[in-house]
Design a protein around this ligand. Structure first.
Ligand code: MG
Length: 213
């Protein structure tokens, strides 16, 4: 007989979407590059070097900034983002164990429906989808969102170190996955687990899982 009566059992992980499950920054960089090309470098190299399109020194003018913002709020562009196959493998395996609590994204509520359809289309595990409301600008809003649900969330997986700013006292695991050079020199505080690949993330998740009560 099925039972949910496992005491102290936390429900699962919260997972960020952009640059975790899909290569959002790279796709935006490719589109901006079409209109505002940068000499002697490829879009992929820009992504590796600067992580996000907004960090590219040549794109600090109004034109490129406006285009980036338009793309990130364009339903069709977001709907067409490819899924990252390594992420899909790992998240499906973790999901099969019932350990995905929610997908949480800084995309605004306007993009909720298209994001939900995208998750279904790519066969990601069923879980809540939490989008950002317009007024929420704290970079660490995701972990703060779960302040009242500490019994349901094991931790957050996110590509941005800003997601973990000033959250050292929160009782969550914090896994930071980022493979670009931009962050390579940064040392996270000891309570943040830094991974460079989805393979590393899966090993860390399994290790944490084994130690849970
Ligand atoms: Mg992200």
């Amino acid at each position: 007989m099925h039972t949910n009566q496992e005491p102290n059992r936390r429900l699962g992980w919260a997972v960020d979407i952009d640059d975790m499950l899909c290569p959002t920054a790279l796709r935006v960089i490719e589109e901006v590059f079409e209109i505002f090309p940068v000499e002697n470098i490829t879009p992929k190299e820009l992504r590796d070097r600067y992580d996000q399109p907004g960090n590219v020194p040549a794109w600090q003018e109004e034109g490129p900034k406006k285009l980036m913002s338009e793309l990130l709020n364009d339903r069709q562009f977001m709907a067409m983002l490819p899924v990252n196959p390594e992420a899909l493998d790992v998240i499906q395996r973790i999901g099969d164990q019932g350990l995905i609590h929610a997908f949480i994204t800084s995309r605004l509520h306007d993009l909720k429906a298209v994001t939900e359809e995208w998750l279904v289309k790519h066969d990601l595990p069923q879980a809540r989808l939490i989008t950002r409301h317009f007024g929420e600008r704290n970079p660490n809003w995701k972990l703060r969102h779960f302040d009242t649900e500490t019994d349901k969330v094991i931790g957050l997986l996110d590509n941005s170190p800003d997601a973990f700013l000033d959250t050292e006292k929160l009782d969550f695991k914090k896994i930071w996955l980022n493979e670009t050079e931009w962050w390579a020199a940064l040392s996270p505080p000891p309570e943040i687990i830094k991974c460079r690949t989805w393979g590393e993330v899966e090993l860390v998740l399994l290790e944490i899982q084994m130690r849970l009560p």
